[in-house]
Write a protein that binds this ligand. Structure first.
Ligand SMILES: NC(=O)c1ccc[n+]([C@@H]2O[C@H](COP(=O)([O-])OP(=O)(O)OC[C@H]3O[C@@H](n4cnc5c(N)ncnc54)[C@H](OP(=O)(O)O)[C@@H]3O)[C@@H](O)[C@H]2O)c1
Length: 325
């Protein structure tokens, strides 16, 4: 298993993790029995499990607790807080540009309640990595991190993380308490992090956990159309003419994958792994066989010549449809 250290003084964990969000039906239906089986496969392999309190409005953490039952060694569990999913709780609205808004609350009081609720649902006394899911425009990030640091002191959390933040926010947060990981969208079709965020993380010794490393499924070459209930319909890269234009662009990547006898998903992940030992992709799937398929990408080393070729095809701007988040 290919492993690396998650941030300075962080634990050594597999470079490829498992993103559990898809088990909540956002990208097609899912049932609890299969979901627990899939989670169990990821846990058997010792992968970092990535969740959030907001996934399935708490249900995702309950599924993880089920998969953890009767397990000797506990895998590395990451969860997040800050996206408010309960009606009636105070929150700030953020426009995602995806046709819906997010409700955010990162106040110290909310952080404390949210963590206790996550631990209850997960049936754990401690979570390994706890992220701020999205910064709150009305709360200074230092205030939020200070509350998160209290949770570390209280033994409820081992490491802290941030998600969907700017380089400046990372610097401010890291000056209050060491941050081990920052989560941001990073894949062949979304490379904005390379400009400012990733260099800052490298400067500070923080790992980048790449969310949607398979472009929400698009980079596997298997998404050819989306039905109406599919949450990805509102992704600017997957809607209308953009979808068709992006498919055309992606054909060049598919061709390279087949030359290498890899699936497009494996090539997309191998490319991410080639970007540095500090990158941890967390692909999501509802099917345990795909966890194994995706893990094989870690056994592939891409030559620099190939990486350069892929970089050229997927240079920032190559895929159309701008994402705000
Ligand atoms: N911090 C944040 O704001 C944030 C935002 C989004 C996501 N995330 C995290 O990142 C994780 C991954 O992102 P994501 O689920 O959005 O997207 P993703 O991992 O890029 O793609 C997931 C999709 O790819 C498909 N897939 C996976 N492996 C495949 C394979 N080998 N062949 C064909 N299809 C395959 C899955 O379909 P099947 O289920 O049918 O296999 C699923 O629909 C999430 O689970 C979540 O933990 C975080």
């Amino acid at each position: 298993m290919l492993k690396a250290q998650l941030g300075t003084n962080g634990p050594s964990i597999p470079r490829i993790g498992y993103g559990a969000m898809v088990l909540e039906g956002y990208y097609g239906t899912s049932d609890d029995i299969t979901a627990v089986d899939t989670l169990s496969r990821a846990m058997d392999l010792g992968l970092m499990i990535d969740s959030a309190d907001a996934y399935g409005n708490g249900h995702n953490e309950v599924l993880i607790a089920k998969a953890l039952e009767h397990r000797g060694e506990r895998p590395f569990i990451a969860t997040k807080f800050g996206l408010v999913f309960e009606e009636g709780l105070s929150a700030r609205e953020i426009n995602t540009g995806w046709g819906f808004s997010l409700r955010v609350n990162a106040s110290p009081e909310y952080a404390k309640t949210a963590l206790d609720a996550s631990l209850r649902r997960l049936n754990l006394n401690q979570v390994d990595l706890w992220y701020l899911h999205y910064p709150d425009p009305e709360i200074e990030i230092e205030e939020t991190i200070s509350a998160m640091a209290d949770a570390v002191d209280a033994g409820k959390v081992r490491y802290l993380g941030l998600s969907n933040v700017t380089a400046e926010q990372v610097r401010r947060a890291h000056s209050v308490h060491p941050i081990n990981a920052v989560q941001y969208e990073y894949s062949l079709w979304r490379r904005e992090v390379e400009t400012e965020l990733l260099p800052t993380l490298r400067d500070l010794g923080i790992a980048l956990v790449a969310w949607s490393p398979l472009g929400s499924g698009f980079l596997t070459g298997t998404v050819t159309k989306l039905d109406e209930s599919d949450f990805r319909q509102s992704n600017p890269k997957l809607s209308g003419d953009n979808f068709e234009a992006n498919k055309k662009r992606f054909e060049k990547v598919t061709k390279i994958a087949s030359e290498l006898k890899l699936t497009p998903a494996q090539l997309a992940l191998a490319w991410l792994l080639s970007q540095g030992e500090d990158i941890f992709p967390i692909p999501g799937t509802r099917k345990s066989s795909r966890i194994d398929e995706n893990l094989l990408s870690a056994s592939t080393t891409l030559t620099q010549e190939l990486v350069d070729r892929i970089n050229q095809i997927t240079a920032p701007g190559a895929f159309v449809g701008e994402t705000l988040l």
